[in-house]
Design a protein around this ligand. Structure first.
Ligand SMILES: [Zn+2]
Length: 248
């Protein structure tokens, strides 16, 4: 079945891929980039035909991209929308998910799809981005549908192909450090639309970007309901004695 899925997604790549696309390669004013390494690549597909053929592929529920089912054992090392002096006081456009052990203790650990969706891009941009996966999710608000796109960055490994349909909780890849640029962590963005430019991870405004954890908390499955207050953004390493999320 897994193999069939792979073959199907390879066929989709063949049909829809635009390997020569330079979509999203934005160098100017892009503080995360620095340079493009020669090994860089980007493979994208247009997910629209896949969503059209699979009308039931709707992201009804969301989950966190790392850690346990409630995000336990991970914490947000850098929150969404905070100013970062290293990037000229620009605002962080995603969240940095880190294992409570700190340092590189999460290197290689799984990154999960936050919902059911379609992989629209896999890439290695080198520089400050490293390996990146984009997944498009279709959500339903009353009668209307909307697409949001998640961007999972600095990965060590990529385990999915463009055009692949993924389930909530499916392993997309492993947490990495963008080839040693940082201590390993997951930079996780959630965009209000699909196919926005790659961007630089930071900007003077957060327009077009969603606060990931807030968005997910509002869409957790019924059995996992929690409020934003219950999510300890500032969780620290266990040695500090602070409680982790699974203890509250
Ligand atoms: Zn980040």
């Amino acid at each position: 079945m897994r193999r069939l899925k792979k073959i199907a997604s390879l066929l989709l790549i063949f049909t829809f891929s635009d390997c020569a696309s330079q979509k999203g390669f934005v160098f100017k004013n892009n503080p995360l980039f620095g340079w493009l390494e020669s090994s860089s690549y980007e493979r994208t597909i247009n997910p629209d035909p896949i969503f059209q053929k699979s009308p039931n592929l709707i992201a009804h529920e969301f989950e966190f991209p790392a850690g346990g089912k409630l995000g336990e054992t991970f914490y947000i090392a850098q929150k969404f929308g905070v100013e970062n002096q290293k990037f000229g006081n620009r605002l962080h456009l995603g969240e940095d998910w880190n294992f409570i052990g700190g340092g590189d203790s999460d290197f290689g650990s799984p990154v999960y799809s936050v919902a059911d969706g379609v992989v629209s891009c896999i890439a290695n941009y080198g520089g400050g981005w490293g390996k990146v996966i984009r997944v498009v999710y279709k959500i339903q608000n009353n009668q209307s549908t909307q697409f949001v796109e998640a961007l999972y960055a600095h990965l060590y490994t990529i385990e999915v192909e463009p055009g692949q349909m993924v389930r909530k909780g499916e392993w997309l890849g492993g947490i990495g450090d963008a080839s040693g640029k940082y201590s390993s962590h997951l930079h996780f963005e959630l965009r209000e639309e699909k196919n926005l430019p790659l961007g630089g991870g930071y900007s003077f405004e957060t327009k077009g970007y969603l606060a990931p954890t807030k968005f997910i908390i509002n869409r957790l499955g019924l059995e996992k309901k929690m409020t934003e207050d219950q999510f300890l953004y500032e969780r620290l390493a266990p040695t500090t004695g602070l409680k982790t999320l699974n203890q509250i």
